[in-house]
Design a protein around this ligand. Sequence first.
Ligand SMILES: *Cc1c(COP(=O)(O)O)cnc(C)c1O
Length: 426
Amino acid sequence: MSHKIETTCVQGGYTPGNGEPRQIPIYQSTTWKYATSEDMGKLFDLEASGYFYTRLQNPTNDCVAAKICQLEGGTAAMLTSSGQAASFFSVFNIASCGDHVVASSALYGGTYNLFAVTMKRMGIDFTFVSPDCSDEELNAAFQENTKAVFGETIANPALRVLDIERFANAAHAHGVPLIIDNTFATPVNCRPIEWGADIVTHSTTKYMDGHGAAVGGCIVDSGKFDWMAHADKFPGLCTPDDSYHGITYAEKFGKEGAFITKCTAQLMRDFGSIQSPQNAFYLNLGLESLHVRMPRHCENGLAMAKFLKNHPKISFVTYPSLEGDPDYALAQKYLPNGSCGVVSFGFVGGRKAAETFMKNLRLIAIETHVADARSCCLHPANATHRQMNDAELYAAGIAPDLVRLSCGIENAEDLIADVKQALEQI
Ligand SMILES: *Cc1c(COP(=O)(O)O)cnc(C)c1O
């Protein structure tokens, strides 16, 4: 039965039977016991579903993945050890050496490095397009060997909003799926599958966990992409897998289950990037209040953006839900209830002013983390992008004075007061 998103956040994914634990049990076991080798053999042939080894699957994880699956409106989902693992698996499940992927250039730095450096070394080529490129430029990025399109609902840290519908249409016109990293919006604020996305990924480390407690990731399949209709492009899903006695995923598990089953049976088996069941338990505690926390993050983010916009020492503010932002119209379309708690801005006094500001924050902590209940702040030029000179920073779309502030769920007046007093020190 389908419920509203608030109910699914609290109760989705796990319904205990009579006399069973109310909370999702932590299956702290690497392995499962079977009566006969034949029973176990059926699992290894993917003929029966069940558990045998936590490197591939664990029931705690599957309950939490099922909740996120319901939240996103998908048909199958899996947890991964991190957001990075989710991004890697989502692409590597359908692209291999000699293939090509189109990606938005407004990406999380770790994802950009994964694609442009590490996966490039594995023989997969990426073409990066600006999220506001023309339809002609977008279509021109596709090649014969293109296997997917990848983008972020709200890019971290650029805070650009992707026109998901437009990118989905382009992907589908070229017979490939659209993969969306929905980390910053969360399904509370945007459900990319409703706009045409085929696969959704998350760094659950951010808002979903929400308390800075557990690194994790998730992949959700919409069950909508017809792999068999493009069988020549996706041999991994549409031709027999010898390592499982010649089953063909797209035939045996259908559109609804093929992607996640293959990803579990092959990639999780071989790479073992699974989330620990203990972390999945923490993640679920975070999910239980996601729908209560997100509106407060957005409320605080908007209040902070409005305060900064009118401050004489601030040179620019980027926040998609702020009127006048270049992506305001896209945010109104895709994120009508709010975008996220992250605001970025620069200083009239340049890099020096940014450094003075950071030094004087009292309540807001300096961290590389974002999207947490506690407010935190980062000056990329002095942290994640420290190796770059000013010219390189501008080329990467990050001004030397840019500061990224992640508004938590504290009182907005207290947060603004801290920012105000730090600005006074400049
Ligand atoms: C943090 C982040 C990631 C990477 O996630 P980890 O859990 O840190 O591996 C991927 N995408 C986005 C948008 C992120 O913010």
